[in-house]
Write a new protein. Structure first.
Length: 56
């Protein structure tokens, strides 16, 4: 997940949506996925969920 943050920061991404989590359990807090990305990316991060709609 650290590489995701580095790549998003270098690319100037405004909002990063994380998806296709492994193991994919809904009981895992979003922060589990977001925290390692936040170490390298300062923008908005969304932990995507099935059927989630995101306005662009």
């Amino acid at each position: 997940m650290h590489d995701v943050g580095k790549i998003a920061e270098a690319a100037g991404v405004g909002t990063l949506v994380l998806s296709h989590f492994v193991p994919g359990h809904v009981d895992v807090p979003d922060e589990t996925w977001i925290a390692p990305v936040r170490e390298h990316y300062a923008g908005r991060i969304i932990a995507g969920r099935d059927l989630m709609e995101i306005e662009v």
